[in-house]
Design a protein around this ligand. Structure first.
Ligand code: GSH
Length: 230
């Protein structure tokens, strides 16, 4: 049995399955990417809920694993060379899990998958997140229209890019991949959580609309969206 006691994070969130991948997360668009990936790949995991309501993400135990105080993060007791691996940043975690399981990052189109993964990490996610802040959360009190308009226009542009790229294909890089596991949750967030579809032209992006439904219909996605359980 693995001994993870050298990792301070295990004092606040003790492993229930010490040989499984430890996931520290919350079902946000970035968090569910990893629950979905673990479910799609059939990897054994032990999910721990990091509660923002009590600022778990800034606790010394969480910061010992991710000094950037953001979910998701993982601790794999059986990392490279048989040693434990601690990892944060959802894009890096998706690449690691794909390589560990040998799934969803095929060598034939590896760089195309990584290209669309980076498109989500550097573009879609940050833009939708900022637009959501200015549209639905504290930022909506700000009277100056420019911040919201900047993120609205950029999100609308990114949706069109996706819509064009999805013409004639079910998934963004051909076969279903970790890029879809990153993009799907943010499109769902755009439509259902931040509710900015109407101001970003989602209804005109028919390929994107169908893509969201196709993604959400996958059984592993439905399970992953609930990880970690409340
Ligand atoms: N680039 C990071 C972003 C992670 C991120 O922004 N996580 C948010 C939830 S979606 C978070 O932990 N926020 C808590 C905070 O900022 O205190 C990743 O993809 O892992």
């Amino acid at each position: 049995m693995s001994d993870l006691s050298a990792f301070p994070i295990t004092r606040r969130w003790p492993p229930r399955k010490p040989d499984a991948i430890q996931l520290y997360s919350l079902p946000t668009p970035n968090g569910v990417k990893i629950g979905i990936a673990l479910e799609e790949m059939g990897l054994d995991y032990d999910a721990h809920r990091v509660k923002f309501s009590r600022n778990d993400q800034t606790s010394p135990e969480f910061l010992s694993l991710n000094p950037n105080n953001k979910i998701p993060a993982i601790l794999d007791p059986h990392g490279p060379n048989g040693r434990p691996l601690a990892l944060f940043e959802s894009g890096a975690i998706l690449i690691y899990l794909a390589e560990k399981s040998g799934q969803f990052l095929p060598s034939a189109n590896r760089y195309e998958v990584l290209q669309w993964l980076m498109f989500q990490m550097g573009g879609l996610g940050p833009m939708v997140g900022q637009l959501g802040f200015f549209h639905a959360f504290a930022g909506k009190e700000i009277e100056d229209p420019r911040p919201k308009e900047r993120y609205r226009a950029e999100t609308a542009r990114l949706l069109k890019v996706l819509d064009t790229a999805l013409e004639g294909r079910a998934w963004i890089a051909g076969d279903y991949s970790i890029a879809d596991m990153a993009i799907g949750p943010w499109l769902r967030g755009l439509r259902d959580f931040y509710k900015v579809g109407d101001i970003t032209g989602l209804a005109e992006c028919h390929n994107v609309e169908k893509y969201i439904d196709r993604f959400l219909a996958r059984p592993a996605v439905q399970r992953g969206l609930l990880v970690p359980a409340a």
